[in-house]
Ligand binder design. Structure first.
Ligand code: KIV
Length: 275
């Protein structure tokens, strides 16, 4: 069944959990889609996990469109959400609408995600008015890394928690179809989830959110040395991949690969004439 903003809202209404994973290319999008995950996020985390940057700040619109296109070719049923990269919407409402439009028109995303609360309410309204669904992102918003002074859990003081609740209500009123809550104390995320009509999708925000999202490289342990507290490793794929690469290398070097069954034949009388 095709997931849409309507079915995602129905899931919240029916108290069914929503699943979301990141993907950045065709083959992974296809696998995730075939696993019946509801939503695929083409996250600007691609800057770190696919392009090797230290943070998300260098990701461009061209990067996002390129990867969203590939994901859209691989996913039939998942709702595809593309991140609006740093400085693609902060500069003006006009830029926000144009760039959201490019992610839909060129990338074939079905919704866009942007980081921030009340300061971007007018941007969310304008994008929504252009018939593009918006997912808001609150709590730890990695594009504000330099303003936060690092990656930290958000909303721990009474004042910060009140601001987070207000922001969540404001983005819902502005037209957001869902809110990602990143690195927010579980009890605060539960309270926000109760107050909102739209689904909350948590990452490091506890079990009471309406859904969960993870970066696939984290949940598959593809980077052995990186494990944030909120990540559960559902596979040890990094280790398996490395072992497979090493076995391939050994077999090529010893001549064990390719074997007869991997080899194409030619009739002997044909080959003899060529010597
Ligand atoms: O870019 C991303 O992958 C994200 C998730 C961490 C929510 O925004």
């Amino acid at each position: 069944m095709k997931n849409t903003v309507v079915t995602i809202q129905e899931a919240k209404n029916n108290k069914e959990k929503v699943t979301m994973l990141t993907a950045y290319d065709y083959s992974m999008a296809k696998l995730i889609d075939e696993a019946d995950i509801n939503m695929i996020l083409v996250g600007d985390s691609l800057g770190m996990v696919m392009l090797g940057y230290e943070d998300t700040l260098s990701v461009t619109m061209e990067d996002m469109i390129h990867h969203t296109k590939a994901v859209a070719r691989g996913a039939k049923n998942a709702l595809i959400v593309a991140d609006m990269p740093f400085m693609s919407y902060q500069t003006s409402i006009y830029d926000a609408v144009c760039n959201a439009g490019r992610l839909v028109k060129e990338g074939r995303a079905q919704a866009v995600k942007l980081e921030g609360g009340r300061e971007f309410a007018e941007h969310i309204k304008a994008i929504t008015n252009a018939s593009i669904p918006v997912v808001a992102h609150l709590g730890l918003t990695p594009q504000s890394l330099n303003a936060f002074g690092g990656f930290k859990v958000q909303g721990k003081s009474e004042e910060a928690a009140r601001k987070l609740i207000e922001d969540a209500v404001i983005v819902e009123e502005a037209g957001a179809v869902a809110v990602v809550l990143e690195c927010v104390p579980a009890k605060l995320a539960a309270l926000i989830t109760k107050k909102l009509h739209i689904p909350t999708i948590g990452i490091g925000a506890g079990a009471d959110c309406d859904g969960q999202v993870l970066v696939y490289q984290d949940m598959l342990a593809m980077f052995g040395d990186f494990k944030p507290k909120f990540v559960k490793r559902f596979g040890e794929i990094g280790k398996q991949m490395k072992e497979a690469f090493q076995t391939y290398s050994e077999e090529v070097k010893t001549g064990a690969f390719p074997a007869q069954e991997h080899t194409f034949k030619i009739e002997d009388d044909v080959i003899e004439k060529l010597y």
